[in-house]
Design a protein around this ligand. Structure first.
Ligand SMILES: [Zn+2]
Length: 329
């Protein structure tokens, strides 16, 4: 029922019509005409004034908020309680992740929703036409003239920018320490473990004499703070063009304490993120002397972190708008 018919069928108007049969015979005609006149006036007021009042937000002359949720079937009409919204779990967890990195001296940066292929690939030591570029299944814009743009498939697209922006700090004896929690896009088939739109947190640290030990210690500190308990970690060799050496970083399964369960495929370990020592070519392209300085970088899926923390088994739930799921957090 729309607002207009709701008013015209309101108990007040209806009760006036109910008076008609009880009225004296000689008054029925006048009463009927008076009620009809009132109905026409109410009708024209709702049509002409109510919209204007709502548009101008001027509620001084508006006796009734016709937009309020209203239960017309209730015996005693009552306004319905408005649903309270809440912050999305991903936003909440990004806040926590940022706070932890901030507390250990990392500056927080935002990524972008579109970037060029130079930042996405070339600045990260992906050779031109290298098949590794295709591994990322990127979305690209259509460009009739000029360069097509890429929807970043990883937050590493910010690496070269941050290194260039903060390289002056190194000469003044301060390390570059940055974390980038933001959105990424890949043309993936969506299933319980993959989404086309997802979140990553990138970490970058550069100084003199940085080594793999610093990388492991930083990740362990972050993960223990995030999960609120000591976690065991393990690294395996891997390949990324922008780090050398590169690793896959796993943590002990928080669900089964390494006993083996269906979440960790009975292995007791969960592969969580990719990391490594920043390739000298990446440092040099950003104008940093790779003979004097070294650094590490890592990229971690934020949904993965949250799923491990709360035992969520399907990544699609985060963007499902299922309130029952979202309200748990
Ligand atoms: Zn397990």
């Amino acid at each position: 029922m729309d607002d207009k018919s709701r008013i015209l069928k309101s108990p007040t108007l209806k009760s006036l019509y109910e008076l008609l049969p009880k009225a004296a015979e000689d008054q029925k005609k006048d009463l009927g005409q008076a009620i009809n006149k009132l109905k026409v006036e109410v009708n024209s007021w709702v049509t002409s004034n109510a919209d204007d009042d709502l548009r101008s937000n001027d509620t001084k002359n508006l006796q009734l908020d016709v937009t309020a949720p209203f239960d017309v079937n209730a015996k005693k009409p009552e306004f319905l309680k408005a649903e309270q919204g809440s912050i999305h779990p991903i936003s909440k967890e990004i806040e926590k992740v940022s706070e932890i990195f901030n507390s250990i001296g990392f500056e927080i940066f935002e990524s972008r929703n579109l970037d060029d292929a130079w930042h996405m690939f070339t600045s990260l030591n992906f050779p031109e036409d290298h098949p590794a570029r295709d591994d990322y299944d990127t979305f690209v814009t259509e460009a009739e003239e000029g360069e097509e743009l890429v929807a970043p498939a990883h937050t590493s697209t910010m690496q070269s920018r941050i290194l260039s922006l903060r390289k002056g700090d190194l000469k003044e004896g301060r390390p570059i320490a940055a974390a980038v929690p933001d959105r990424c896009y890949r043309n993936e088939d969506v299933d319980a473990r993959h989404e086309h739109t997802f979140y990553q947190v990138e970490g970058i640290y550069v100084d003199e004499n940085v080594n793999v030990g610093n990388l492991i210690a930083t990740l362990k500190t972050f993960l223990s703070a995030y999960y609120g308990k000591e976690v065991e970690t393990r690294i395996n060799p891997f390949y990324f063009p922008f780090t050398e050496p590169s690793f896959e970083f796993a943590l002990s399964c928080p669900f089964c304490e390494k006993e083996g369960c269906h979440i960790c495929s009975q292995s007791g370990w969960i592969e969580l993120l990719g990391c490594g020592m920043i390739h000298p070519n990446v440092l040099e392209m950003a104008g940093i002397d790779s003979k004097k300085y070294s650094g590490f970088a890592f990229g971690c899926g934020i949904e993965r972190l949250i799923m491990m923390k709360y035992g969520v088994e399907d990544v699609r739930l985060f963007h499902s708008a299922k309130l029952k799921f979202l309200k748990q957090f």
